[in-house]
Design a protein around this ligand. Structure first.
Ligand code: BTN
Length: 232
């Protein structure tokens, strides 16, 4: 296991698994007495956005879900905080709005934040993160889009602690500062992109984390979700 059984962080309940279908699914199907962190060395059915799968080979990445119960922010904003916290720990990485961390134009980390309803109120926020750490053989169809942190002497325990520490620091910073820091790391701004089948120019991110764009007819858009690709 790349994360040690002694791993701890603040007051979080830590659940360290050898193997699981998906840490997000585990988080949804279990109750926790307090905020929790589910970490697995391997996922057999890692989930990505838009019902995609997330390739999670054994011992090659850190796959975790942070479960929060006091929900002050939207899934969008928690994603922004986590994306920034992770990107700051990966040298030369950039963020592709909203939740992909990119290194040399390939994806090194994906984030899937899901809120869970209980009755008619939100009871849990599950922030699932998969960070590809150590280089390994990947399926041919992923070779051109997936990469690894691959830093010499990388200690996954220390790396994960730094991410969590930064996440909680950002959680307590004012919103405008967080969005400004996110924008500085975001590669999506200042260019024509494709999102949800539309060609638009991405020019800003508002305080809710929406991507602000205009099209060639000067119509304005605020996207709250969507898959960004470069303009063809
Ligand atoms: C994406 O790239 O679309 C999001 C990927 C999120 C993957 C992480 S790995 C840990 C957690 N458990 C899952 O099943 N998915 C998230």
């Amino acid at each position: 296991m790349i994360i040690s059984p002694e791993f701890s962080f603040k007051d979080l309940e830590i659940i360290l698994l050898d193997k699981v279908d998906s840490t997000n699914v585990y988080a949804k199907s279990h109750q926790f007495n307090k905020d929790a962190l589910i970490i697995s060395d391997y996922q057999t059915a890692g989930k990505g956005r838009f019902n995609r799968s997330f390739y999670s080979p054994k011992g090659k990445g850190v796959y975790f879900s942070l479960v929060l119960h006091d929900l002050d922010l939207s899934a969008q904003l928690y994603t922004i905080l986590m994306a920034l916290a992770i990107s700051e720990q990966i040298l030369n990485s950039q963020i592709k709005w909203l939740n992909d961390i990119m290194l040399n134009h390939k994806k090194v980390c994906g984030i899937l934040a899901e809120s869970q309803l209980s009755g008619n109120h939100f009871s849990k926020m599950i922030i699932g993160c998969g960070i590809n750490l150590f280089k390994t053989q990947v399926p041919p169809e992923l070779e051109s889009i997936m990469t690894f942190v691959n830093q010499d002497d990388l200690d996954a325990n220390y790396f994960l602690k730094k991410i969590l520490k930064r996440f909680y620091e950002l959680l307590h910073l004012d919103r405008a500062t967080v969005i400004q820091l996110y924008k500085e790391k975001c590669q999506t701004l200042g260019q024509w992109i494709k999102i949800n089948q539309q060609s638009v120019y991405a020019y800003d991110i508002d305080l809710e984390g929406h991507l602000l764009c205009y099209d060639q007819d000067n119509h304005n858009y605020a996207f709250y979700s969507g898959e960004v690709s470069s303009h063809a």
